[in-house]
Design a protein around this ligand. Structure first.
Ligand code: ATP
Length: 312
């Protein structure tokens, strides 16, 4: 089983409003409300791939209950820590021309007691799984090294952790004694970590990924949208090329990629198969209107078109 962690999940609301008027009333009949947050997207895609997944994190209030009910309706197992503070809404207003305006609530501010309770909760869950994914931002109030504390618990049980976060939370884990097995920054997130404007040049990426701050991380998947990915796996480098496809909505492709990585790693696949699976799930997500959703009907056809090349 795979454990998918989302510490600050949200109810994602999308309003379609073609011509949004500021300082005026905007009405819409087109509303969707879904259980969201990066780790819940990961959990959904793992479930759609037909694999066992347990969604965890911290939820509270009516919105927390809404998310749990939606996961249950989708047949996704979940075991969240409950807080008495309400979970958040994240609102996207979808305009014409594919443009969108987002309003993201910060979510609950958690205290030391909830932090300790979640560590206990996680310790118990890690015993039942082979791989853990951790995605997204930390809720307010949790220490910036909170993911390092989860990594320490997973290390004790020798469970591989795939970490998909950015900014200070990622920087803290790079400085920590306990490293994730895999990170999946996109090019701009990697640029932020190394304080260099990277454009995908292979020689430059190779040099950057050899940086000592990444020592101890077995696999680094640098996802590059339509350009596929560049990967460091132990001491080897791989370029991953993907076919040109018709994109409907690319949001959540990174989460679908993490789901593919987690599934193939949990099945003990070769690095080539792990990367081909991840690129395929990323591509399949871009072909759907719903964020963090894939249809597996054409999985094999796209999988066959991914080219993984080991480079010197
Ligand atoms: P997000 O933050 O939206 O979840 P991301 O920036 O983390 O995404 P990307 O690098 O954009 O991740 O995409 C991850 C993977 O999804 C890519 O490596 C690729 O396999 C697939 N993908 C994303 N965008 C495209 C695209 N335009 N065409 C084809 N494949 C894509």
């Amino acid at each position: 089983m795979i454990l998918a962690v989302t510490l600050n999940p949200s109810v994602d609301i999308a309003y379609s409003i073609a011509h949004f008027a500021l300082d005026d009333v905007n009405r819409t009949k087109e509303v969707s409300k879904t259980a969201g947050g990066k780790g819940l997207n990961v959990a959904r895609v793992i479930h759609l791939l037909g694999k066992n997944v347990l969604a965890t994190g911290i939820v509270g209030g009516e919105l927390g209950g809404f998310m749990e009910r939606q996961l249950s309706n989708d047949g996704i197992a979940h075991e969240f820590l409950q807080t008495d503070q309400p979970s958040r809404n994240c609102i996207a207003i979808l305009h014409d021309d594919g443009k969108q305006t987002e309003i993201l609530e910060a979510g609950p501010t958690l205290g030391g007691q909830e932090a300790q309770q979640f560590l206990q909760h996680f310790k118990h869950q890690v015993e039942q799984v082979s791989v853990v994914t951790i995605s997204g931002s930390l809720p307010l109030g949790l220490p910036i090294n909170f993911y390092c504390q989860l990594l320490a618990i997973a290390a004790e049980k020798q469970v591989k952790v795939l970490l998909d976060c950015s900014g200070p939370a990622l920087e803290a884990t790079l400085k920590s004694k306990y490293k994730p097995y895999l990170i999946k920054p996109n090019l701009s997130e990697l640029s932020q970590i190394v304080e260099k404007n990277l454009n995908g040049d292979i020689q430059e990426l190779k040099a950057v990924l050899k940086d000592e701050r990444f020592t101890g991380i077995a696999c680094m998947v640098i996802s590059m949208g339509a350009q596929g990915a560049f990967v460091k796996y132990h001491d080897a480098f791989y370029q991953v090329e993907i076919p040109k496809i018709e994109v409907v909505n690319p949001v959540g492709s990174g989460d679908a990629t993490v789901a593919g990585l987690a599934v193939a790693i949990s099945e003990g696949k070769t690095i080539e198969a792990i990367l081909a699976t991840a690129m395929t799930t990323g591509m399949l997500n871009t072909m759907e209107a719903q964020t963090g959703y894939i249809s597996i009907t054409h999985f094999d056809a796209y999988y066959q078109q991914v080219k993984v090349t080991k480079i010197d």
